[in-house]
Design a protein around this ligand. Structure first.
Ligand code: GLV
Ligand code: MN
Ligand code: MN
Length: 437
C-alpha cells in the first residue's frame, strides 16, 4: 500500500452498503509482525500460574478479557464490530448484508489447562492476515468478516461449540437453558453475570446467510504435517464424535467398616468400564476417552454414592463409533449389575461426520498451490471445530498449521513462530483469492 493511502472497499454491484469503508490503519504492518504483537497481548490472559495452561472458560473473567481484546482489535482497525444474539463476536470490513462475505476466525476459549494455540491461533491469524492484505494493497470485491465463536470447547457447560451450534440451530434455546456448570450456574445466568442478554439466544439464520465462505485456521492436533514435512495443510473431514455421561449410583458407606460383600460401590464398575472403553476403541480402530470424572461425596474414607464419568469417543465413520459406544454401554451395564449399582447413560452431544465443501477445499488447494512451492496436504481430523458446525449451512474449509509434537489440549501444545507466520500468509493468500479482485 502506498504511504498515507486509505484503503477503501470498492462499490460492488449491490453498492457494498453505500459508503466506502475507511480503515484506521495508517501504517499497516506485515501480517507476520502484527501476529507476534497480538500473540504477546493474549499470552497472559487466563494462564494458570502453577500449570502454565489456559483456563479461559465461557463467560468468566478470562473470557471477558479475551473478548475485550477482540473488540479492541476490531475497533483499532476501524472494522464494524458486533456481538450476535448468541454472544459470538464479529468484525466486518464492508457490508455483510450482501450475502457473499468471506469469513475467517475461530475461538478464544480453552479446555481446562489448555494450550495457547487451539482457537487463538485462528483468531490472531485472521487479524494478521487482514493486515497482510492491507499491506499488499488489495482491492476487496467481497465483505470480509472475522469471528470469535463463544464457548467452543464446552469446558464449563459440557457441550462443545455452543455459540456456533445455537447460531446454526443445532442447539435449541430450551437445551441451552438447561446447560449448567459444576457449581449449578446455568448458561443464561453466566451470560447475564458477564453482562450479556441471554433473552436473545437462538438460531440466527440471517447471520449465516451473510456468509459466502467460512475458512477456519487451526493448529493441527496431530503430527501429520510434521511427518509430511509441511507447514500448512487443508482439512478434508471431521470424524463423527460425541460425549456420553455415565452415572453409576451406589450407596455411600464407611470405607473401614463396610464388608466388601455388603458394598454397592460404583467405583469398581466405573473403573472396569474405563478399561472396556479402551478395549472397544482398539477393536474398532477408533478412540475413546474417559477424561472427566465427578465423585460424590468424594471423601477418601467414604465409599462413593455416585461416580459420574464422561466418555468422549470418535471414529472415522459412524458404524465404528456406534460399535464403540454400544460396546462400552453393554459392558458398563454388566459391571454395574455385578456391583449392585444403577447405571444411567445420557448422550450429551453428538456431531455427525463432516465432509468439508469439496469445491471450496479444491479452491484453497489451487490458491495455495499456484506460484508458490507450498505443498498442501489434505487431512482428516478427529477434533471438533465450529467450522464443522457451520459446514451444514455454508461452504466451509479449514487450514491446519503444523504442530511439531502433535500435542493439544495441554500446555505443551506448540507451533513454531515460522510456521505461525506461514499460516498467516497462507490464510492471507486464501482470503485474497476468495474475497479480492
Ligand atoms: C475440541 O477441540 C474437541 O475436539 O473436543
Ligand atoms: Mn480444542
Ligand atoms: Mn479449537
Amino acid at each position: 500500500m502506498s504511504d498515507g493511502a486509505v484503503p477503501t472497499l470498492p462499490h460492488g454491484p449491490k453498492g457494498m452498503g453505500g459508503t466506502p469503508i475507511a480503515l484506521r490503519n495508517d501504517c499497516p504492518q506485515p501480517g507476520g509482525s502484527s501476529f507476534l504483537e497480538m500473540w504477546g497481548q493474549l499470552r497472559p490472559i487466563g494462564r494458570h500460574r502453577a500449570s502454565g495452561g489456559y483456563r479461559r472458560f465461557a463467560w468468566t473473567d478470562a473470557d471477558a478479557e479475551c473478548r475485550a481484546w477482540f473488540e479492541a482489535q476490531a475497533r483499532g482497525r476501524g472494522l464494524a464490530y458486533e456481538v450476535d444474539r448468541n454472544g459470538n463476536q464479529w468484525a466486518w470490513l464492508g457490508d455483510p448484508a450482501r450475502g457473499d462475505a468471506v469469513v475467517t476466525g475461530s475461538h478464544l476459549d480453552s479446555v481446562p489447562d489448555g494450550g495457547a494455540f487451539d482457537g487463538p491461533l485462528g483468531v490472531v491469524s485472521a487479524f494478521a492476515a487482514l493486515d497482510e492484505l492491507l499491506r499488499r494493497d488489495v482491492r476487496f470485491a467481497k465483505p470480509l468478516g472475522i469471528v470469535n465463536f463463544g464457548d467452543e470447547e464446552g469446558a464449563r457447560f459440557g457441550l462443545a461449540c455452543v455459540g456456533s451450534r445455537l447460531t446454526a440451530g443445532a442447539l435449541t434455546v430450551e437445551q441451552a437453558h438447561r446447560l449448567t456448570d459444576a457449581d449449578g450456574i446455568t448458561l443464561p445466568q453466566a451470560m447475564e453475570a458477564a453482562g450479556y442478554d441471554p433473552g436473545s439466544l437462538g438460531a440466527d439464520p440471517g447471520r449465516l446467510d451473510r456468509i459466502g465462505a467460512f475458512v477456519e485456521l487451526h493448529v493441527e492436533q496431530g503430527r501429520a504435517l510434521d511427518l509430511s514435512g509441511d507447514r500448512v495443510g487443508i482439512a478434508s473431514a471431521i470424524w463423527p464424535h460425541g460425549r456420553w455421561r455415565f452415572d453409576f449410583r451406589g450407596e455411600a458407606n464407611h470405607a473401614g467398616t463396610t464388608r466388601l460383600a455388603d458394598r454397592r460401590d460404583p467405583m469398581p464398575a466405573y473403573a472396569e468400564t474405563v478399561l472396556a472403553a479402551r478395549r472397544e476403541a482398539e477393536l474398532a480402530g477408533a478412540v475413546a476417552t474417559f477424561g472427566k470424572i465427578a465423585v460424590e461425596p468424594n471423601g477418601v474414607n467414604a465409599i462413593p454414592s455416585l461416580v459420574r464419568g464422561w466418555l468422549d469417543s470418535r471414529a472415522t465413520d459412524q458404524e465404528r463409533l456406534d460399535a464403540v459406544v454400544g460396546g462400552v454401554e453393554r459392558a458398563a451395564r454388566e459391571y454395574a449389575a455385578a456391583h449392585g449399582v444403577d447405571l444411567n447413560v445420557e448422550r450429551e452431544s453428538f456431531t455427525p461426520v463432516v465432509e468439508f465443501d469439496h469445491a471450496l477445499r479444491d479452491e484453497l488447494a489451487r490458491i495455495l498451490g499456484s506460484d508458490t512451492d507450498l505443498k498442501v496436504p489434505v487431512l482428516g481430523t478427529g477434533a471438533g471445530h465450529d467450522a464443522g458446525i457451520l459446514s451444514g449451512r455454508v461452504p466451509t474449509a479449514m487450514l491446519f498449521v503444523r504442530n511439531p509434537t502433535g500435542v493439544s489440549h495441554s500446555p505443551a501444545e506448540f507451533a513454531t513462530e515460522d510456521d505461525c507466520v506461514a499460516g498467516v500468509l497462507a490464510l492471507a493468500d486464501v482470503l485474497e483469492g476468495l474475497a479480492c479482485t
